[in-house]
Design a protein around this ligand. Structure first.
Ligand SMILES: Cc1cc2nc3c(=O)[nH]c(=O)nc-3n(C[C@H](O)[C@H](O)[C@H](O)COP(=O)(O)O)c2cc1C
Length: 386
């Protein structure tokens, strides 16, 4: 067992994150039902909602509004905005502030998905330092007076010839961000290989504000190793908790100096699946079918590595309501122990980008041309979680 490490709290403006462990925002995953499950295992962390497109929020797209909801138990309420247009992102932040929607706003500058980077958004954006600065400045100006800290989530860069993280970190610090999260991969690296934690150490070294390290934490031991190797103020967990919300309990134990780890049996995992289904039904205003469909990807993750046959997995994928899910859960062999073979191993997306998609001429200069400004800003999408 690695030597234990205990981490001091991290203050984001008025918010004290007692255990500096963050549930990294994941589109289609970190809605409030999943956040609640995670938070129950590690009640003192920071659990960020999936990204919400600023323009969709401004347009009051119902799906975007649903994504802005929190469970009454969630504290602090943390929401992530994605925008390319400074004006629209500022308006979205204003809605969050005026309508008391959240206690913390994270800004997404890390998304590598082609439909986002092709429009100059997500991880493509910090390359245009002026635009990046303008978005941060305008959002901080709206949020800070209301006591809402703003953080930025970034990648190392677009590729190794176009690294942005050090400059982006400094701009975020100068513009009043309370912290930065670095996913230590480039856009081109997407989710492939292992993230390069030495880049996190570089950023920690170069900034005064807290840096949350992100990338390839699959276990409490990985979380401790990242802290030890990088000196980061906290860690952010994405794929590692897919189908394993108890990972936050393990990490909390580790940072509290305890070797205790949670290894649920299949029966216990079945109980979590059912609870997740019930919470999702609430999230979808009682629509059990939507809940059952949303649950499918989670069930695949929950059952990963368990000796459960293809027939059972298929049956879960065909569930259409809570009664179906209850029936399938009841049929699981409750005594099967947690499969050690998949514990602490990569899960979810693991591939490299085939190609980085960017707006025409994007890499020619770090200045945004007038034409680029017009095209990227008018292309800001209306979809809720883009
Ligand atoms: C399915 C999925 C959805 C994601 N959605 C978002 C998102 O909405 N906002 C964001 O900033 N990052 C998003 N990410 C990136 C994660 O927050 C995280 O930075 C990344 O997965 C690396 O951390 P990990 O190695 O712990 O998974 C997503 C990742 C995955 C796998």
């Amino acid at each position: 067992m690695d030597e234990n490490i205990s981490l001091p709290p991290v203050d984001l403006g008025p918010i004290r994150v007692k255990t500096p462990v963050v549930l990294s925002p994941m589109a289609g995953v970190t809605n409030w039902p999943f956040r609640v499950l995670c938070e129950e295992y590690g009640p003192e962390g920071l659990y960020v909602a999936e990204m919400i497109t600023a323009r969709a929020l401004v347009a009051r797209n119902p799906k975007a509004l649903r994504l802005c909801r929190f469970a009454p138990t969630e504290s602090p309420r943390s929401l992530q905005l994605y925008g390319v247009s400074p004006g629209i992102t500022e308006l979205a932040a204003k809605i969050v502030v005026d309508e008391h929607m959240a206690d913390h706003v994270d800004l997404n500058f890390g998304c590598p998905v082609p439909k986002v980077t092709r429009r100059g958004g997500g991880s493509a954006l910090p390359w245009k330092t002026g635009l990046f600065r303008e978005i941060l400045r305008r959002v901080v100006a709206v949020c800070e007076p209301a006591g809402i800290p703003v953080t930025a989530k970034i990648r190392v860069g677009i590729d190794h010839e176009h690294e942005t993280f050090l400059e982006a970190g400094h701009i975020a610090q100068e513009e009043g961000c309370a912290a930065v999260t670095l996913h230590a991969r480039t856009t081109a690296e997407y989710y492939g290989g292992h993230s390069d934690w030495s880049r996190i150490a570089e950023l920690v070294e170069s900034l005064d504000i807290p840096v949350f390290g992100n990338g390839d934490i699959w276990s409490a031991e990985d979380a401790m190793a990242m802290v030890r190797e990088t000196g980061c103020a906290g860690v952010a967990i994405g794929r590692g908790c897919q189908g394993r919300p108890w990972l936050f309990g393990d990490i909390r134990n580790a940072f509290a100096g305890s070797d205790e780890r949670i290894d649920p049996t299949l029966g216990e995992v079945g109980g979590i699946i059912l609870r997740h289904a019930e919470l999702l039904t609430e999230f979808y205003d009682g629509d059990e079918m939507m809940a059952a469909h949303d649950l499918r990807k989670h069930v695949a993750w929950y059952l990963k590595g368990f000796p459960v046959g293809g027939g059972t997995r298929r049956a879960f994928m065909e569930c259409e309501d809570l009664a179906d899910i209850r029936r399938q859960v009841a049929m699981l062999d409750a005594d099967i122990p947690y499969p050690k073979a998949v514990e602490n191993k990569p899960r979810g997306r693991v591939r490299y980008a085939r190609k980085v998609h960017l707006p025409y001429g994007w890499l020619d200069s770090q200045e945004l041309t007038e034409e680029q400004r017009r095209t990227v800003i008018s292309a800001d999408p209306l979809d809720a979680s883009y």
